[in-house]
Structures are given as C-alpha cells and as structure tokens.
Design a protein around this ligand. Structure first.
Ligand code: XMP
Length: 525
C-alpha cells in the first residue's frame, strides 16, 4: 500500500482545498472524479478515501452515488458534507431532505472528543463552516454521534472500529477552526499515512522519474521567467544536465529587464544551456492594427509556437555529432495540478469561457514531442516550496503571475513599440515602489500598469497637455478566481502617480482601478 489518500470529487467548489490541506500535512493525495474508472483510483493504492462535498441532494434521481469499491477496500473513509450523507445513506442511516438550508458559520460541540479523528484538537467547541441542505437525522448502525450543532443533531459521526467518519461541516476551508488538523488526523492517525511528502522527497523522486523517462534523450524547455517554468527547468537540469536546453522567446511583450534577468539567472547563475531568441520584430509586425483582445491572444500563441518549433529544429541542425544529439524528443513544461484537474471533468470544462488563457510556453499541440511534466501533481504553493528548496532566487520563486500574452493585453488598443515603452516605464515604477514598500509578497498578489487608448487634458508648467492615461491595478486574491482591489496607502499611490507623470514621457494622468473580480476581471483585456 502506498502512503497516499484518494479524494473523490462530488463537485464541491472546495474539493481542491481538501487536497491542499492534506498535502499541507505532508501526506500525498490525489483527486479523482467520483465516477473515475476504479482501476485509476486503486492504482494509487490509497490508505484511505475522502469523499468531498457536492451540490446534489442524495435524494435527487441522478445524484452521484458511492462507488462500491470504496467500502470494499476496508480502509478508512471520511465523508465531508455530501460525502457524509452518501455514506449515511449507503450504510442505512437516516438522511432527511432539506427543510432549511444551513450556510455559513456555526458552532459545533464535540461530544466524543477522544476518537482518533478529533483527539488532537485543543478545544471541545469549534467554529465551523456549514453549507448544506440535507442533514443526518440518525447515523447508520455501528456509528456514534461525535459532534452536534444547533441545526445539525449529527454534525459529525464515526464508526471508530472501521475507521469510517462523516463531517457535516467543511474542515478544508479557513473559516473552520482546526480544520486542517482534523484532515491531518484523518490522514496520519486514522489512515496511518507517514507524513513524508516534503519538498526534498518530492525533488528526489521527481529527478529520478525524469531520468527514467528521458534516458539519453534530448529535452527542450520554454522559459518565461515565471516560477513554474523555472522550477521545471531546474528539476530537469538536475536530472539530465546538459541534455536540457532552455529556450527563451523574447516576444518583445515582457516587462522591463525580464529577458535579461532570465538569461542572467539560468545561463550565468545556474549554468544551464539557454538559447535566447529576440523575436520582437515578428511579434510586433503580427500585432499591427490588432485591437481585439482574443485576436491578440491567438496571434501571440500561434507565433510563439512557430518560433519555439524553429528554435528546437535549429538546435538539432546545429548539434555537434560528438554530443550524440539526433533529435529533440522531449518538451518539458510546467503544467500544474489545477490545470490537470480542470481539463478533466466535463462539467469543469463547461465553465463559461471568459478569456482564452494561452500560456506562452504552453503545449504546441501539433508538435511531435513527448511531454515531461514534473509538476503535474503539484499546487502552486508547493511549486514555490520546491523552488525555494532547489535554491532558486527569491524574485523568481515569488514572482507574481504574468499573463502569457504579456503586455499586449495591458495595452488597450493597438500595440506598438512606443506604447510598449510607455507602459514598461510606468509598470517598472509601480513595481519598484511596491517592492521598496515591501508589499509585493502579501499586500497584493498581482499589481501592474495598463495603458489606456485615450488621451486626456492636463496642465504642466502653464502649458496645456493632451496625453496618455495610465491605470494602476493591484489586487488581493487567494486563487485568482475572485479578487478585491488592494487598499494601498494613499501616500504610496500619490508617490507612484507623481513619479509616473514626471518620469514617463507622454503621460499626464494616472488612475487607480477600484473594481473587484467579479464583476471585473484582473487583467483589463
Ligand atoms: P483574469 O484577467 O481572467 O485573470 O481575472 C486571472 C489570472 O490569469 C492571468 N491571465 C492570463 N494568463 N494567459 C495567461 O497565461 C492569458 O491569456 C491570461 N489572461 C489572464 C491573469 O494575469 C491573472 O493572474
């Protein structure tokens, strides 16, 4: 049996959080859709199952069911919310349909605080997060009530002998006191997993796996300056050294100093083979006259693939025979676990498409490469921990996300060399000031400048001006799905505004974006 927990997803918006909390307790886990082929789930050889919440009622005619193999394994099971109701229904407890929905904070009292799932908690009364319709009236035979709340006579239940537990509340959300501890207890104390999932063990295994996969083959990896591609390249470099060549495509749409910094870090500091191509000219020509954001994304995505492909073929053509290079067979890329999960379930794919997120460095579909994806099972925060453990520089590990199409989607309207220069200069001032104020790693998760397609009237030294407007955007967010505008200090905003107007030629007005997402998005295009 492996040292892992399998999480079955019944459609809750919090399912990924369960996985992150379990990983946070240093136990490896994977997410599966509730109707995944049993063989896929059992290949993990899980020491326990967690059944997630979900939007259905167990009474709905097409409600997702509990697959038989789960209880047949004889390992512990923790049902959360819908997962608990499924367990209760399956084992002949009494679930009653919603009379009144319960949503939000509630207090639960632990009535059996000594069971393995709860024994490590420091308090008998917990503030928890509830979000359910149906509730359990009486637990199945063999189960005892472990906790209750004003609205839920069975807020937690358990059959300690069989290691089967159910929670009506959501231990995975931050609003639940000691929720992470409950999940840790389940994985470690109830399932018996050894908490050995750490950045160092991950690195060791990932390096071994890449070495196995690649053998004596040649690998290319696109570097963007972001943390995902940086960590991917570093792992692959550890595994196969000189067999890896990184390719940096300078689209001309990167921020000030970015291409130079990538070259300095990877070629000079980390000693990797790195080919840097300046493709600015071609990208700008292709973007001439283009205003529509989605068309910009399409053009940039396609062009990127063409340049990347050409560079990979050039590498082969120029290879020295003594190096044994015949063909570049592998493409390393920084796909993360949320991308994998998101592209899996049909219901998740159906989510409305707001923007096409072309990832520069993303998969060129028609290219004949085998993929090397060492981060495929990691969440972003785990990638950062791995990056730190690998000794990557802080400014790469903690770099804020930057969209693949770069500054092109931050210049509203047509992109030109001159407009890029204006935006780059304003953006650099914003980022330098935030950095100096120590705000880039917490006070805001993403901050940037946007160049608007309008001019406005101003007055400078008694002269009328008619010049560009820069909008500043700084947001706080946990997951980039929702966001709020950062309440930056007005003095700091004043300094940034005055520096931009004084130092960036052609700009006479600066505005601050005070909309949240939704209804806005983080980027303007
Ligand atoms: P929005 O603007 O949709 O952005 O609120 C959410 C997050 O995604 C980033 N973003 C992109 N990333 N290619 C990318 O690789 C894109 O086309 C793209 N558009 C938006 C955005 O910067 C934010 O972090």
């Amino acid at each position: 049996m492996s040292n892992a927990v399998a999480i079955l997803d019944f459609g809750s918006q919090y399912t990924q959080l369960i996985a992150r909390r379990v990983r946070g307790a240093h136990v490896y886990c994977e997410l599966f859709s509730w109707d995944s082929p049993p063989g896929d789930v059992l290949a993990l050889e899980p020491r326990g199952f967690i059944l997630s919440g979900g939007p259905s009622s167990v009474y709905a005619p097409d409600a997702p069911g509990l697959p038989d193999y789960v209880l047949e394994q004889g390992v512990p099971v923790l049902g959360i919310c819908y997962g608990m109701q499924l367990l209760a229904r399956h084992l002949e407890g009494r679930v009653s349909p919603a009379v009144r929905r319960e949503y939000g904070a509630a207090m639960v009292e632990l009535v059996a605080p000594d069971v393995p799932l709860l024994a490590a908690l420091s308090s008998r009364n917990l503030k928890v997060w509830m979000s359910h319709g149906d509730r359990i009236e009486s637990p199945p035979p063999g189960f005892e009530v472990l906790a209750r709340s004003a609205n839920s006579p069975v807020a937690a239940m358990g059959d300690v002998g069989r290691g089967l537990y159910g929670l009506q509340f959501h231990p995975e959300v931050v609003h639940t006191d000691q929720g992470g501890e409950i999940l840790r207890c389940f994985a470690v104390d109830v399932c018996g997993c050894v908490p050995d999932w750490t950045p160092s063990t991950f690195i060791e295994r990932a390096v071994a796996r890449v070495r196995d996969q690649v053998g004596a083959g040649w690998v290319v990896c696109g570097l963007s300056g972001g943390v995902d591609s940086a960590v991917t390249a570093t792992l692959v470099h550890r595994a196969v050294g000189e067999q890896l060549t990184c390719i940096l495509v300078n689209t001309g749409l990167m921020r000030r100093g970015e291409p130079e910094q990538v070259v300095r870090t990877f070629r000079e500091r980390l000693g990797m083979r790195l080919v840097a191509v300046d493709a600015t000219e071609g990208f700008l020509r292709a973007l001439e006259g283009v205003i529509d954001p989605e068309q910009k994304r399409r053009i940039i995505g396609e062009r990127f693939i063409r340049v990347f492909e050409r560079e990979a073929r050039l590498l082969e053509a120029n290879a020295v025979p003594s190096e044994g290079v015949r063909a570049v067979r592998f493409l390393a890329q920084g796909t993360l676990y949320p991308d994998v999960i998101e592209s899996r379930g049909p219901e998740r794919q159906a989510a409305a498409r707001i923007k096409t997120h072309h990832n520069v460095g993303g998969l060129p579909e028609h290219m004949s490469f085998d993929l090397v994806e060492p981060l495929r099972y990691l969440f972003k925060d785990e990638v950062r921990e791995v990056g730190e453990t690998l000794g990557l520089p802080e400014d790469i590990v903690w770099r804020q996300p930057f969209p693949g199409p770069g500054l092109a989607v931050r210049i509203i309207g047509e992109v030109s060399r001159e407009r890029l220069e204006t935006l780059r200069a304003a953006d650099a001032i914003l980022l330098t000031e935030l950095e100096m104020a120590g705000l880039l790693r917490g006070a805001t998760q993403q901050a940037f400048a946007v160049l608007l397609p309008i001019r406005s009237v101003g007055v400078m030294g008694d002269e009328r001006t008619y010049q560009h407007v820069i909008a500043l955007r700084a947001v706080t967010t946990e997951d980039f799905m929702t966001a709020d505008w950062a309440r930056l200090d007005p003095e700091l905003l004043a300094r940034i505004s005055s520096r931009i107007v004084n130092e960036v030629p052609g700009v006479n007005r600066v505005v601050y974006d005070i909309t949240s997402k939704p209804p806005s998005t983080i980027e303007w295009e």
